[in-house]
Design a binder for this molecule. Structure first.
Ligand code: FES
Length: 150
């Protein structure tokens, strides 16, 4: 059913392993600023050194975490614990700068409608900040996404 094994081979360990992207064991703030563009919203957020080093939703520094900090609301029914597939996104650019999928994430992705080679759970996908990301919110989930005006 799943076809995400191909993209898994291009994924890398989180930037924290290189000693460059994070400033401490509990820190989710990368060493430099990078951008995440959300499609089809056409909304680009700049994340990094200017963000508070606090944790909102999902894995620290995950796509869901950054989206939540920047008032882009992604559905995340399980609270960001890889126990549903409502935060399914398609990473169109920059996937190679993200951590590898875990077994739990792969299991949940198998349940996600519209699975692609670039599918990830936003709550588990942690970019290392070395590339800008373009993240598509699947059509089936768009009605669930809200963007705050503030
Ligand atoms: S919020 Fe449930 S898997 Fe991401």
């Amino acid at each position: 059913m799943t076809e995400n094994n191909t993209s898994a081979s291009t994924r890398q360990a989180p930037g924290g392993e290189s000693g460059e992207a994070t400033s401490g064991a509990a820190s989710a703030v990368p060493a430099k600023t990078f951008k995440i563009t959300f499609l089809p919203l056409g909304k680009t957020i700049e994340v990094g050194v200017s963000d508070p080093d606090d944790h909102h939703e999902g894995e620290p520094g995950s796509i869901l975490d950054w989206a939540d900090k920047h008032d882009i609301e992604l559905e995340h029914a399980c609270g960001g614990f890889a126990a549903c597939s409502t935060c399914h996104v398609i990473v169109r650019e920059g996937l190679e700068s993200c951590n590898e999928t875990s077994e739990d994430e792969d299991d949940m992705l198998d349940e996600a409608p519209g699975l692609t080679l670039h599918s990830r759970l936003a709550c588990q996908c942690v970019p290392d900040g070395s590339q800008h990301l373009v993240v598509e919110i699947p059509a089936w989930n768009r009605n669930l996404v809200k963007e705050s005006k503030h």
